[in-house]
Design a protein around this ligand. Structure first.
Ligand code: SAH
Ligand code: SF4
Ligand code: F3S
Length: 432
């Protein structure tokens, strides 16, 4: 039976789709890239903002017509929206055949096998705080970069965020399984890995902490580059900064969500740090690794945010000069604490503030790229450039796409490139 999977949301969902592919393949299903060939269409969904849900619901509606021509076609919904809406999804769209929550993927083969033309809607969204999908090794989609899940769930309950409700409690994968997985994917040719979790800094498996996990990962000689997402500012320890700066494989690249630059808002968000603490961490990181690229997430228009409070966020972003910022307009998620806060900011003000942050960051990112001119960077060559067959494209350790004249035999190799120009958010260089 052919299964087509469409994935939305964060890297955790991408990794989960790879896990689902592996579970299905083990059970004799075929994963297809062409939706036309599908007997089963799976949507792995995100709930983080209302827009994310609306988008995928629209996509499901678009694909419904296929059922007219293929009577036995089944549509299944997985992921965070499945977890959040469960049974309600069958009322929203009666063409959905089944819904499975994030800890129920091991049941997928059985559930698909049991569906037939007469089947009723099936839904299982039980959260299981022990499920870590032990002994299931995902089929990694890419060729050069792979995601490795090190933990699932989140215990932080930031007041705006749905993730702790859709992903359940935090749990760490055994260190041995992680190290085995990294070693094996390295042997398959992946040289660049990203460790994944909603809060990797609180990784803890039988007293092995995140710093120790990084140390052990750095010893694996089948791989060359290590990154990790996401770090929480309240848990990013000095020990981790030290390991980052002294381990050759750990890239000079960190994503650290700031969310706001105002202490009162940060408190209402339940983030557990102040603007000053955030700034101190940035300074420590830059002291330890002068070339580090730092990216962030920021929310505009959190409930109660005044013009002055918004200005503090703007000013802090300007002061820090992130390499890139993912900026979001606050979206109320029912069931979260912030959804019940009284002073919700009007939509047009949220949008206007978001627009200001986007414009500020565009300027900063452009300048950051220009600052790279003249530097010599190590590039992991991934593909022929989209614009010219005579140019190769790859990424630097600080995650900047770099294009340079070269031939195909450089793909999957590491080369040193001198940066001679920055066109938009792409670096141009030549091999040295
Ligand atoms: N665990 C990660 C974040 C996962 S969600 C971390 O803590 O860094 C990714 C980003 O979406 C968050 O950092 C936040 O900026 C944004 N986000 C989450 N909930 C949101 C909401 N209700 N409205 C707008 N943005 C939100
Ligand atoms: Fe959401 Fe906060 Fe957990 Fe990140 S740390 S997933 S923002 S609750
Ligand atoms: Fe979205 Fe779930 Fe990730 S809500 S951001 S897919 S953890």
């Amino acid at each position: 039976m052919n299964v087509y999977i469409e994935t939305y949301g964060c890297q955790m969902n991408v990794a989960d789709s790879e896990l689902v592919s592996s579970i299905l393949k083990e059970n004799k299903f075929t994963i297809v890239k062409d939706i036309e060939l599908a007997d089963v269409i799976l949507f792995n969904t995100c709930s983080v903002r209302q827009h994310a849900e609306d988008r995928v619901l629209g996509r499901i509606t678009n694909e419904m017509n296929r059922k007219k021509f293929k009577k036995n076609l089944k549509i299944g919904v997985l992921g965070c929206m499945a977890q959040r809406l469960g049974n309600n999804l069958s009322n929203i769209n009666s063409n959905i055949d089944f819904v499975l929550g994030v800890d129920q993927y091991a049941r997928l083969p059985q559930i698909i096998a049991e569906l037939d033309e007469q089947s009723d809607f099936v839904c299982n969204t039980t959260l299981n705080d022990e499920e870590i999908y032990k002994d299931i090794y995902p089929i990694h989609k890419g060729k050069y970069n792979a995601f490795v899940t090190i933990m699932r769930g989140c215990n932080n309950f930031c007041s705006y965020c749905i993730v702790p409700y859709t992903r359940g409690r935090e749990r760490s994968r055994p260190i041995k399984d992680i190290i085995n997985e990294i070693t094996n994917i390295g042997k398959k040719g992946f040289k660049d890995i990203t460790l994944l979790g909603q809060n990797v800094n609180s990784y803890n498996y039988k007293n092995v902490n995140f710093a120790e996990l990084l140390r052990q990962a750095n010893q694996i000689n089948t791989i060359e580059r290590i990154r990790f997402v996401t770090s929480h500012p309240k848990d990013l320890s000095d020990e981790v900064i030290k390991v980052m700066s002294t381990s050759d494989k750990i890239c000079e690249h960190l994503h650290l969500a700031m969310q706001s630059g105002d202490d009162e808002i940060l408190k209402k968000m339940n983030r557990g740090y102040t603007a000053q603490h955030f700034l101190d961490i940035i300074n420590k990181l830059r002291q330890a690794m002068p070339d580090i690229a730092i990216t962030t997430d920021v929310i505009a228009g959190f409930p109660g945010e005044t013009e002055e409070q918004f200005q503090r966020t703007y000013d802090l972003m300007k002061e820090i000069q992130f390499d890139y910022a993912f900026t979001f307009k606050y979206s109320s998620r029912s069931g979260t604490k912030a959804a019940d806060f009284e002073d919700q900011v009007p939509e047009d003000i949220r949008l206007a503030r978001l627009q200001k942050l986007i414009e500020l960051q565009q300027e900063i990112t452009t300048a950051k790229y220009k600052q790279q001119i003249g530097k010599i960077k190590e590039i992991y060559v991934e593909q022929v450039s989209k614009k010219s067959d005579l140019e190769m494209s790859g990424k630097s350790r600080d995650f900047k796409i770099t294009v340079f004249p070269g031939s195909k035999n450089l793909i999957s190799k590491f080369v040193k490139v001198k940066i001679i120009d920055a066109v938009g958010w792409t670096l141009k260089g030549k091999i040295v």
